[in-house]
Each structure stands twice: as structure tokens, then as C-alpha cells.
Ligand binder design. Structure first.
Ligand code: MSK
Length: 676
């Protein structure tokens, strides 16, 4: 049976067919077994905040219109969304806190095993920004002070976060006006959760503003701190070549997959895999070497800085284990499926958890303490080498699919790639936008979900945008999707880009799709916006720029938080599938319309990728018009891309969402939540 309704990636399709032969269950099987999904939950209309319920609101007005406490549909939907935002912000920000702690310890007394300052230039720039004495002091001491000060931002009770002061003045004025200037990250998350407790905040719009404040504390706080601290510890990325897809697994080598999010672990495993004694042991057991590849955002972290290959994104995590070629998968936090040990049991593969925050029954355990990082990393690599000896070569099946890519772009290095060493800056890009060669810049980010054929929306949207002369910047699993499809190669400009974007990419030698990192590195996209505003010429504020964002296959609470901080930062954001907001006209109207008057940004919620693409292009054109920029130089070359987008539009929305018109193409038929 064809698997193309599950994934657009031929490697995934091959492994899904193999999964059936092995009798293995994957996320797609589990998702199908859950159909039909709960219609109340899908609409956001189920409330389990207190123990009088769970209460469910009838979207058709025939039965209960309020919960036991009196909360109506709008409050329930807003509360559910706010709780998702708090969880998403907590995940990113806790990651930032960990890295800030490692940075502090790396400098304090040298007790942190194996970590040191790799990027003194960025450290010096940050020290100046954060008010830390730098001149004449050893980098380690500066790092210790910076790490301590970054850590203190999490508990900051009053006053704006230091990194949030990077936002353009006009944007900060808007935040002040509606009271969403972010304070300490922990404080914002705790306050938001307090306000969602039974009997506290009863105004859905006030709650959504509080959610924006917590989201801003993530984007301009926790995530930005994570990115900065990681760059200091592990080095600022530079454009780098690598490869992506399951074909990066090597038949004759020990294969270790690193999966999760925090590079504190994965960087050390890469280092341990180069230790001569471990390599010698691998050779003794018949392996030709040790191959490290990544899944999800850990993949992005070691790709950006070390050029390590990427095995896949979120929906690839189980498929990679089914190859029988993975000797060990080591995971830390976030986006790690609890099913991994069961899938790994099809072969000899070990799954190892490492974080004190994340245990998986059935997995092996190596406690990872950054103070003894190298020791733990060596232990993990040694276990993988031993597992290789138990691999059955006859059961190995690696899809022969891998694709070249270029990654490693950042807000710091992009000016050099655009303008060269002597003319570094965003001016060439700004001039290209002003002259109508480039329509605008769009960040396409986020996850995969079994609700949508894997990658189909990412690829349809990105191909469509670059054909419309839009420069695309990417993070997370979306970047991996485009990497696997070849869109991160410079040649992709010749194959897919519109004529204006093609000229610019050819002139400066960049791909039309720029990979800027992991989920926390969405902060790099904010920083690019800040730099473009500062350089001047196409808008005095983020909301005036011809830019937009999209999360075409969103799955996690983090994605919702990222979307909300993008909107709060003045960015038009297409979000598919929509979060659970369809049950409240008030919540949808605020997030899709009214919020634009307050922050300059807004959401487009839709299930239709073609509608998202049209909305984004129309938004860019409206911003160009408002700025009085030149008309686009070339208007052709987009029809084929549009047709490709339509052919990949395979998402079938749940009945509940369809009924309330969430997305354009749905009909008001067969739309009832399941009977009680
Ligand atoms: S890993 S949050 S599935 S992008 Fe950052 Fe991918 Fe989404 Fe996780």
C-alpha cells in the first residue's frame, strides 16, 4: 500500500512500508487508531481546569453553553491556549536556563568537564551589552559573570529583560502600551498559569495578552539567551556543507543518533566519538568508524556548528530506528516520543535517556551532569560501540536517500555573506527588496504532524514562496524538511527561485532558503529583523517590514508559543493546522484581526496551504505598498509552483474544525463532536 498520504519523503515512505513488514507501530498508526479525534478537544471547548468537570461546551448552542463555574466558550478556549503557551515558553526557557548555567560553571572554577569559551568575540560583544567588565579579564571570568547574569533574568521580578531591549523602540512602545513588556521568564510563566487557574482571569482577551507577555519572555528572553550562550560555548555557526536524510546512516560504522534539543549533551558526544581509544574499540569489533547523526533540533545544533549529518526531523525518529542500522539513540528533552524503546526493540538498538527531567520506561539510562559531561558522553559512545557487535547486518535496511545542504546562517554572519568582508551589512538585501527583486523575507519554521503528509506543506509553501521571489529563512524540523528536498543547496535558486531572487542568490552565492538553526534559534530571526530595521530603508519597525512567518505543520506547544511571540513582535504568522481556537469567535477575532492594532502582527489560521501562501504573499505586497517600494521587477514563473502546492494539499481537517470554518475549504457538514 502506498504511504504517500503519510509522508512526501520517499525515504519515509520506504521505511513505513518496512515498518508494516516488521509489524512495528509508528506515530502514524497510533494517530489513525485514535480517529475520530475528540471534537470538543479539537475546538478547544473542553475544560479540565478544575475538578467540577471536565466541562464541554456545545458549539451548536443546543446544550451547555457554560461550564459548571460559569466559564463560557471564549474563556475556556483562551485558557487552554494560554496553558499551551506557558508550557511552550517553559520548555524553551528551561533549555536557556540550563545553558546559562553551563556557561557560568565553565568560567567559575573549571569544574565543568570539557566546556570552555569557544567564541570570545561574541562573549566580548555580549559582555558590553550586559554591562559586564571585559577589558583585561580572562574570558572564563567574563563567561562566569555573563552566565550568572543570564541566569538571573529568569527570576527577574521587575523591569524589562535585557535581551528584550534589542527590540526596536517602536515595538517596545507598543508592548508598554498594552502592558506586555516581558519581565522575568519564570515570573511570566507562573503569572500566566495563575491567571488560568479556576476563578482568576475571566476576560479571554486579557488572558491572551498575558499569554503574549509570557511568549515574549521566551522569544526575547529564554530562547535568545539559549542561542547566545550556546554560541559562546560552542562557537558561532558559519555556512557549512552537510547532508540530510536516512541515507546518512552508514552500514559499516557504529551509528549513534542524538535526539532532543540541548547541544550541551550532543556537542560532547561528537567530541567523545573522536576519542582514539573508542575508535580503536569500534575497529576491533569490525566497524570502520563512529558516525554521529542527529534528529530534530539536536540535529540542527550539531549541523550548524559542526556540519554533522541530519538523519531526519520529528516524524523520522521512529523510522530511523527501524533501519536496524542505529546502534544507539541518545535523547535529552523535548519532542522525544515515549514509544522509542518499543520501536527500537525490533532490532538491537539501545535508547538512552540522559536528562533528570526526562525518563522513558524501557530505555537505558546515563545521568548527564554537565560537570562530568565528557565522562557521560564517553560512556554513551562506549555503549553504542558494544551494541554494534550485536547488530544483524542481514536486517539492516537504510534507504539510499540523502541530500546535500548548506546550513549555518546567523544574524551575525549573514551580513558577510550578503555584502562581503569589506561591505558587510544587510544593505544588499534591503536594496534588492526596495528595488523589487526580492518580494520580502519569510521565516518558515516548526514541526511535522501525522495530521499532514510529512513535509508536504513545508515543501509546498517554501517552493511557492521562493518562486514568488521571497527569501526564506528556516529553523527546526521545517529546515530539515527542506534540506531533504534539496532546497538548502545554492543550486536550488536556479531550479526553483523566481528570477529576482535567483539573481540575488547567484550574485552573493547563497541558497534561496537559509537554515538559521534550531527552535530556540528563532531568536536569530528576531535579531535579523532588528538588524534590518536598524539598517533602515524598508520600515522603521518590525511590523512595517515586508516579512512574515509560517508554521505549516505545527505540532508542539512550543510552536504555539513561537507563533504568539512572532505576532506580538509585529509579524504576520500563518499557522497550520490551527491551534485549538475554533470554538471561540472572540479568541479567533482577537488573534486574527484585533491584535494587529496593538502589536502590528496577527495570525492567519487555516488548514489550506494554498490559502496560507496567498495570504503571506498578499501581506508582503501590502507592506511593500505601504512603504511605497518599487513594483516587483518580474511577475512570471510562479504558476508551476502554485500547481505543485495544490497537488500536495493533502490535509483532511478534523470534522470539528471544518464545522466552524477554520480554514477556507471546509464545509459545514458532518460536523458534530462525538456524542457524550
Ligand atoms: S524539534 S518543536 S518537532 S520543530 Fe525543535 Fe521539531 Fe517542532 Fe520539536
Amino acid at each position: 500500500m502506498s504511504q504517500d498520504h503519510r509522508s512526501a519523503d520517499p525515504a519515509a515512505q520506504e521505511m513505513l512500508a518496512h515498518a508494516r513488514d516488521l509489524g512495528a507501530k509508528t506515530v502514524w498508526d497510533r494517530h489513525e487508531a485514535l480517529q475520530p479525534l475528540c471534537g470538543f478537544g479539537d475546538l478547544g471547548l473542553c475544560c479540565d481546569v478544575c475538578y467540577m468537570g471536565p466541562c464541554r461546551i456545545d458549539p451548536f448552542g443546543e446544550r451547555a453553553q457554560v461550564g459548571a463555574c460559569g466559564a463560557d466558550a471564549h474563556l475556556i478556549v483562551a485558557r487552554n491556549l494560554a496553558r499551551a503557551v506557558a508550557a511552550g515558553a517553559a520548555a524553551h526557557s528551561d533549555h536557556g536556563r540550563e545553558v546559562a548555567g553551563v556557561l557560568r560553571e565553565a568560567g567559575e572554577d573549571g569544574s565543568t568537564s570539557g566546556y570552555a569559551v569557544a567564541n570570545p568575540r561574541k562573549l566580548a560583544a555580549l559582555a558590553e551589552e550586559w554591562g559586564i567588565a571585559g577589558r583585561g579579564r580572562p574570558p572564563a571570568r567574563i563567561a562566569a559573570d555573563l552566565g550568572a547574569k543570564m541566569g538571573a533574568q529568569f527570576g527577574l521580578q521587575e523591569g524589562p529583560l535585557i535581551p528584550a531591549l534589542r527590540a526596536p523602540e517602536e515595538q517596545r512602545r507598543k508592548w508598554d502600551k498594552i502592558g506586555i513588556t516581558p519581565r522575568g521568564i519564570d515570573r511570566e510563566i507562573v503569572e500566566l498559569l495563575h491567571r488560568t487557574h479556576h476563578g482568576v482571569e475571566s476576560d479571554p482577551v486579557a488572558l491572551l495578552r498575558a499569554a503574549m507577555r509570557a511568549a515574549l519572555a521566551d522569544g526575547w528572553g529564554g530562547s535568545m539567551i539559549a542561542t547566545d550562550a550556546q554560541d559562546v560555548l560552542f562557537g558561532g555557526p558559519l555556512a557549512i556543507r552537510s547532508q540530510a536524510n536516512l541515507g546518512v546512516l552508514e552500514e559499516k560504522k557504529v551509528n549513534i543518533l542524538v535526539h532532543g534539543h540541548e547541544p550541551v549533551l550532543s556537542e560532547m558526544i561528537v567530541a567523545a566519538s573522536r576519542d582514539e581509544d573508542l575508535l580503536a574499540r569500534a575497529r576491533q569489533l569490525g566497524a570502520e568508524g563512529i558516525n554521529i547523526a542527529g534528529i530534530c533540533c539536536t540535529a540542527n545544533e550539531i549541523l550548524m556548528r559542526q556540519g554533522m549529518p541530519v538523519a531526519g526531523n520529528y516524524l523520522h525518529q521512529e523510522l530511523a530506528l527501524l533501519t536496524g542500522a542505529v546502534d544507539l539513540m541518545v535523547v535529552d528533552v523535548q519532542c522525544v516520543m515515549p514509544s522509542l524503546p518499543q520501536v527500537a526493540a525490533c532490532h538491537h538498538t539501545k535508547v538512552v535517556t540522559t536528562s533528570h527531567k526526562a525518563h522513558i520506561p524501557g530505555a537505558e539510562r546515563v545521568d548527564f551532569d554537565p560537570r562530568h559531561a565528557k565522562q557521560a558522553a564517553r560512556e554513551i559512545v562506549a555503549r553504542a560501540v558494544d551494541a554494534f557487535a550485536r547488530r544483524d547486518p542481514a536486517r539492516v535496511r537504510i534507504p539510499r536517500r540523502k541530500m546535500d545542504l548548506v546550513a549555518g546562517f546567523t544574524n551575525e554572519n549573514l551580513p558577510y555573506y550578503l555584502g562581503g568582508r569589506l561591505r558587510a551589512g544587510y544593505r544588499p538585501l534591503i536594496d534588492a527588496v526596495a528595488a523589487g527583486r526580492v518580494r520580502g523575507v519569510v521565516g518558515v519554521v516548526g514541526c511535522n504532524t501525522p495530521k499532514i503528509a510529512q513535509e508536504s506543506y513545508h515543501l509546498a509553501l517554501v517552493r511557492r514562496l521562493i518562486a514568488e521571489d521571497v527569501l526564506v529563512v528556516q529553523t527546526g524540523c521545517s529546515a530539515i524538511a527542506c534540506a531533504k528536498a534539496g532546497l538548502l543547496r545554492p543550486e536550488a535558486a536556479l531550479e526553483h527561485a523566481g528570477p529576482g531572487l535567483r539573481e540575488v542568490c547567484a550574485a552573493v552565492g547563497i541558497p534561496p532558503v537559509l537554515h538559521v538553526g534550531s527552535c530556540v534559534d528563532n531568536s536569530r530571526i528576531l535579531s535579523i529583523c532588528v538588524a534590518v530595521v536598524a539598517e533602515g530603508g524598508i520600515g522603521r519597525d518590525i511590523s512595517e517590514l515586508p516579512i512574515a512567518a509560517a508554521a505549516p505543520e505545527a505540532m508542539s506547544e512550543k510552536a504555539i508559543t513561537i507563533g504568539l511571540y512572532a505576532v506580538a513582535s509585529g509579524i504576520f504568522t500563518a499557522f497550520l493546522p490551527p491551534p485549538r481556537v475554533a470554538g471561540s469567535s472572540v479568541v479567533r477575532k482577537y488573534l486574527e484581526e484585533d491584535v494587529e492594532r496593538e502589536t502590528g502582527g496577527r495570525f492567519l489560521f487555516t488548514n489550506d496551504i494554498e490559502e496560507a501562501a496567498r495570504g503571506i504573499v498578499a501581506h508582503l505586497d501590502s507592506k511593500r505598498k505601504a512603504l511605497n517600494l518599487a513594483p516587483m521587477l518580474y511577475q512570471g514563473g510562479v504558476r508551476a509552483a502554485s500547481a505543485a502546492a495544490r497537488s500536495l494539499n493533502t490535509y483532511i481537517p478534523p470534522a470539528g474544525l471544518a464545522s466552524l470554518g477554520c480554514g477556507k475549504a471546509q464545509e459545514r457538514t458532518q460536523a458534530r463532536p462525538p456524542e457524550e
